[in-house]
Design a protein around this ligand. Structure first.
Ligand SMILES: Cc1ncc(COP(=O)(O)O)c(C=O)c1O
Length: 439
């Protein structure tokens, strides 16, 4: 199936990157964009429409990054565009309450079984950070549990990795995070209830919150045993610990009510992100009315934001969530995602390539591995990333854009029609042939 491809033109992106390197650290405003793990010049995008994006050199790609997830309806969706323009014409920010906050708030509260109140912020990082402060405020406890392989934004106490040996006390994973902060974070392996039990016994009555991505999607897609997630719920209930589901990726993506609805597990606190802004900067945290009553001005846990609930972002979010509530939306997302995965696996299976594709809803992750399941970050073979780097380049040359790291997941949007999926399958198969022929 392999058809040799010419490399895409990158002249404009190269020039832009030369300039941006002088302006921004590493030339970018968020590290993964620098193409560090796949090599080559990052592509500077200029336009998106539906499932396609175009870079500064005019190359067109089918986009499976979708701005890292939020664009579940694809680029420049007409209804979102219309609502954004309408909001902009009325003024972009007031620093007062607006009707639009009520609209987006109602869409979430009225259709999510585990949310009674929500507070809007401007990013997923802010959502996770605020949710943790809330949990500490509610319980009067300090320590938090996080799981190795989950990402919750660049919050000091969450930029923490497992300590050495059997120690559960974390150590900071970024310069600039004081070890004293890291010491408040207990880092545990995913999918290991025994480890959670031991830790909870050791730090009894000190743990405020257990934070987890219920569908961990930041270090590959580490599908957890359902019994593990239910086990966390039981331990939290027994020990008076709040269970925080960080649904920045999974929320409104695998189902309107996210992984909580998908698995039927009630979290105590939820963090949401980008997807609720329809492509504008929005995050939120949410819980029962009783728990949310602890937040200022109702209660003593302080949290605020000048641009929180920004009207333009609220309008975009409301337009997007309204579309997601259409009957059959998620079923069709899953169907087209399965079509993509089946199409690629049919070819790679026949050819005997060591490729697996893990998936939940319209999230997918390509793993070069023979393992039936990968549930922990330690089960990912770092050497397998060399395959991904080659595949990434081969796909770019065939008009397919994946996020530039083998640890990142891909996303299918409603704009990825059957025809576009079939075009993508053809490109994936040809790119895989190129990768494995060269070995
Ligand atoms: C699960 C999860 N939580 C939090 C964040 C942080 O969100 P943001 O980048 O909007 O700050 C991310 C970002 O990808 C995420 O995937």
């Amino acid at each position: 199936m392999n058809s040799k491809r010419h490399s895409i033109q990158r002249g404009q992106s190269e020039q832009l990157f030369e300039r941006s390197k002088a302006l921004f650290p590493g030339g970018v405003n968020s590290p993964v964009r620098a193409f560090g793990s796949v090599g080559g010049t990052p592509l500077f995008m200029e336009k998106g429409q539906g499932a396609y994006i175009w870079d500064a050199d005019g190359n067109r790609f089918i986009d499976f990054c979708c701005s890292w997830g939020p664009l579940i309806l694809g680029h420049a969706h007409p209804r979102i565009e219309e609502r954004i323009m309408e909001a902009v014409r009325n003024g972009t920010t007031f620093g007062t309450p607006t009707r639009l906050e009520n609209e987006l708030g109602s869409l979430i509260v009225d259709h999510h079984p585990y949310v009674e109140q929500v507070r809007f912020v401007s990013s997923g990082t802010e959502a996770a950070m605020s949710a943790i402060r809330l949990a500490r405020g509610v319980t009067g406890r300090s320590k938090i549990i996080k799981f190795d392989g989950c990402y919750h934004g660049h919050v000091d106490s969450l930029l923490v990795k497992a300590g050495s040996g059997l120690a559960t006390l974390g150590t900071s994973s970024s310069a600039g995070v004081p070890e004293s902060y890291a010491q408040e974070t207990l880092v545990l392996p995913l999918n290991d209830l025994e480890a959670v039990e031991q830790c909870v016994q050791e730090y009894k009555d000190e743990i405020a919150v257990m934070a987890i991505e219920p569908i961990p999607a930041n270090n590959g897609l580490l599908i957890q045993d359902e019994s593990f997630l239910h086990g966390l719920r039981s331990i939290c209930d027994r020990e008076g610990i709040l269970l925080l589901f960080d649904e920045v990726i999974s929320g409104f993506r695998v189902a309107f009510d996210g992984a909580a609805g998908y698995y039927g597990i009630r979290p105590d606190v939820l963090a949401f992100g980008k997807i609720i802004g329809g492509g504008m900067p929005v995050g939120a945290y949410a819980s029962s009315a009783e728990v949310m009553a602890h937040i200022a001005p109702s209660g003593p846990v302080y949290q605020a934001g000048t641009l929180s609930g920004n009207p333009v972002a609220m309008a975009a979010g409301a337009a997007q969530l309204t579309e997601l509530l259409q009957p059959g939306f998620y079923k069709d997302q899953e169907r087209r995602t399965k079509r993509l995965i089946d199409g690629i696996l049919k070819h790679s299976g026949k050819a005997g390539y060591p490729l697996r594709i893990f998936n939940r809803g319209s999230i997918f992750w390509l793993a070069f591995s023979d393992r039936v399941w990968i549930r922990k970050s330690s089960e990912i073979d770092p050497d397998s990333m060399a395959y991904f780097s080659r595949l990434h380049g081969a796909l770019l040359n065939r008009g397919i854009y994946l996020g530039p790291s083998g640890y990142e997941v891909g996303f299918v949007s409603a704009a990825h029609s059957d025809a576009i999926i079939d075009e993508a399958i053809h490109a994936f198969c040809s790119a895989l042939d190129e990768v494995f022929e060269s070995i």
